[in-house]
Write a protein of this length. Structure first.
Length: 67
């Protein structure tokens, strides 16, 4: 799975809307949509923030087996 697919999977598992996750990590909903679709790749800092909000390790966003 791609980074975006892992983020989307984890976000849905946690019951978060895409726009809510975007708000929580201080990016636009459009940017979060691009990340999940794989047209943008988050910086390490943004990845850290996304992982914190999703309650996982940053490695889980980049790995093939997101928890």
């Amino acid at each position: 799975m791609s980074i975006g697919e892992n983020i989307k999977k984890l976000r849905k598992e946690r019951g978060l809307e895409q726009c809510k996750l975007a708000e929580m990590v201080n990016v636009t909903a459009g940017m979060m949509s691009q990340i999940e679709r794989g047209t943008k790749i988050p910086s390490m800092l943004l990845g850290r923030d996304i992982a914190r909000v999703l309650g996982c390790r940053i490695e889980d966003l980049f790995g093939n087996d997101a928890a």
